[in-house]
Design a protein around this ligand. Sequence first.
Ligand code: PEP
Ligand code: MG
Length: 318
Amino acid sequence: AALAALAEDTADGATSDGHGVQLLANIGTAQDAERLTDAAVQGVGLFRTEVLFLDAQTAPSEDDQAAVYARALTALGERKVVIRTLDAGADKPLAFVTQPGEDNPALGVRGYRLVRAAPELLATQLAAIGRAQAETGGRPWVMAPMIATVAEAAEFAALARDAGVHTVGVMVEVPAVALRARDVLAEVDFVSIGTNDLAQYTMATDRLRGELVDLLDMWQPAVLDLVAMTAEAGVELGKPVGVCGESAADPVMALVLTGLGVTSLSMSPAAVPGVRYALRAHTLDVCRQMAAAARGALTAPEARAAALDLVDPKVREV
Ligand code: PEP
Ligand code: MG
């Protein structure tokens, strides 16, 4: 009953002392976007567009894509929709583009790097997003996955702006980009941290290997440090830094991310009420104390325990 009551709450995300943190949804289709119409989310923080084309045998046309993006933008109205350009690779194969036979697909031609092999694919997608923006008057934010260098970020931003997209960003999934977050942010309007891949690449641990979950842990202090560096750069440059990996759905982690300076949290819609409730039960200062306590730990379990120690007892019960 308590959880049902929480689910009816539609307030914007904020700490108890009024520090706003946008609560956003991760989606994979236009239908997902339409289901959000009444949901208490402030927008979409990650539209995984490769989901649209998992069964396609040929590259989707600009018309087909523009129609899908327009549907999603129309469903969200004034709310922002962060559209990620195709994140295909040997782990998320798309018949029309994935290169077969890579020994290390997670380190190979995937995400933004596909622009080397198939530049027209990205050009078509950006043109479709630009058209959907113009036709609907909606608010697409577009971002590229698997960016590794400042040059790639700048190149992507130029392509997206040429296509007429107003708000352009990149994902922080590769440690190299977190280490140079200030320079990357200078080229774009925002960044979004993909903690699934950031943990995988920081800890050199395949995210598909279940027996290595202790290494593939967002609470690893080294991963927290890279998130902190990225968030600090965002605060310094006055640009949004979101998190759209699964970790944002953990209410305790959400508090730590807020304390680190992250400005939006994107997750599966079902996780939003719990995170909203946890945020509202803590001040920004307590979130900062949690972040400092977690980063001060030497192991992932100790980091989580240190943060949890500062969580309000009424939140721990939910
Ligand atoms: C991530 O890597 O955290 C992310 C959000 O992207 P995906 O899970 O689709 O790789
Ligand atoms: Mg990723």
